[in-house]
Design a protein. Structure first.
Length: 91
């Protein structure tokens, strides 16, 4: 079987008990499975937040300039000045 024909492994989604109850009730009354309700809800939510997603991606791309310092900034949330204040990074 090639990589292209393999199906993705399903991953469990862990939510708090109150959210699980909402998902269960919503799925029941809408005639959906919990899996289908969550998938549809996530798609709708991300569609509504499309501009926020785009802004986040643009911000991340602006940080990444190919340098080690930019990688550290993105991974740690530190600014360039904060990294320099603790000794900096030798490229």
């Amino acid at each position: 079987m090639t990589v292209a024909t393999k199906t993705a492994r399903q991953a469990p989604l862990k939510v708090d008990p109150e959210t699980d109850k909402l998902i269960s009730q919503g799925a029941h009354f809408l005639g959906l499975t919990k899996k289908d309700l969550v998938a549809e809800a996530v798609r709708a939510y991300l569609e509504q937040r499309r501009e926020d997603l785009r802004a986040g991606m643009v911000e991340a791309l602006q940080v990444l300039d190919g340098s080690l310092k930019s990688d550290v900034m993105l991974l740690t949330g530190l600014t360039a000045e904060e990294i320099d204040a603790v000794g900096g990074i030798e490229e």
